[in-house]
Design a protein around this ligand. Structure first.
Ligand code: LMR
Length: 308
């Protein structure tokens, strides 16, 4: 998708740096062969390596897909294993990447992995370290479009608050649908508060697990597509009046503890995101936003107890 221009547009040549662990080096060679055989006009070079320094040297964008996979009953153990992985990769990014490198963490637990990365890559500006909740955002748009039988492209401004976990809070209170002659609130069109407060939330929260149950593998291309959406919108910007969800460093907006990587609604312009301010938060949303904040504080405490 990147080589075809889905992430940076049809006029931006790219050099892909692919990093994998030593046992996967043969597979990596195969991936490189396929990329070359794709004869993508935008793809100027492919550096496929198991050397983290070589992988990170000079990169402008880092998409962190590698991590120790989440399993049932994980907790501190999972965080501990990811601290090791993120420490090595973050230190290499810190030393060798472009100083203004933009980072997107995809691997779970994505928000807390991003926080660990931030600790070990102090020279990368904190606003450049983000985590993926665009997948959940897109899932929310898709659930709304299915319920209303409208095209997903006509639905906008859903919000994912908090963590990429089964406690994330998908919020449709400010979402709208393009009805041709303007935009109508999703809440009004759905006219079923109960659905929005129950099934809608569970469907989005549990979608990752539902895909694992069906495919016996984690989501793959929807995640890849969401990662491209995240980077494209961040770098190229989004239309006025719209927003997307990104896990970003909390500055205390909406009363969320500063210093967490928390998913907020953001607008993007010329390579910078900013948190949408002033949205009305009802009591139900407040509780959900606080609950997922507590989960992230817990993950942060566990992660920090494993650092250094
Ligand atoms: C997803 O949301 O699809 C993934 O995060 C699920 C997982 O745990 O791999």
């Amino acid at each position: 998708m990147i080589a075809e221009g889905a992430m940076l547009g049809p006029n931006q040549p790219v050099i892909l740096h692919l990093l994998d662990i030593e046992p996967a080096s043969e597979i990596l060679k195969g991936v490189k062969m396929e990329l070359m055989d794709g004869a993508f006009p935008l793809l100027k070079d492919v550096i496929a390596t198991t050397d983290v320094t070589e992988a990170c040297r000079g990169v402008d964008i880092a998409i962190m897909l590698g991590g120790f996979p989440r399993r049932k009953g994980d907790g501190k153990d999972l965080i501990f294993k990811n601290v090791g992985i993120y420490k090595a990769q973050a230190s290499a990014l810190d030393q060798y990447a472009d100083p203004n490198c933009k980072v997107l963490v995809v691997a779970n637990p994505a928000n807390t992995n991003a926080l660990i990365l931030k600790e070990y890559a102090p020279s990368i500006p904190e606003e450049n370290i983000t985590s993926l909740t665009r997948l959940d955002h897109n899932r929310a748009l898709s659930q709304i479009s299915e319920n209303l039988k409208v095209h997903v492209g006509d639905v906008r401004n859903a919000i994912i608050w908090g963590n990429h976990s089964s406690n994330l809070y998908p919020d449709a209170n400010h979402a709208t649908v393009d009805i041709g002659a303007g935009h109508k609130p999703v809440k009004e069109l759905i006219a079923d508060d109960q659905w929005l407060k129950t099934e809608f939330i569970t469907n989005v929260e549990q979608r990752g697990q539902a895909i694992i149950n069906a495919r016996r593998l984690s989501s793959a291309f929807s995640t890849a597509s969401a990662a491209c959406d995240h980077m494209r919108d961040w770098i190229l910007g989004i239309p006025k009046g719209t927003w997307v969800s990104m896990g970003v460093y909390s500055d205390g907006s909406y009363g969320i503890q500063p210093g967490l990587i928390y998913s907020f609604p953001v607008t993007c312009k010329k390579g910078e995101w900013s948190i949408v301010q002033g949205l009305k938060i009802d009591e139900f949303s407040r509780e959900k936003m606080d609950a997922v904040e507590r989960e992230l504080i817990e993950e942060k405490t566990m992660a920090y107890s494993c650092l250094h």
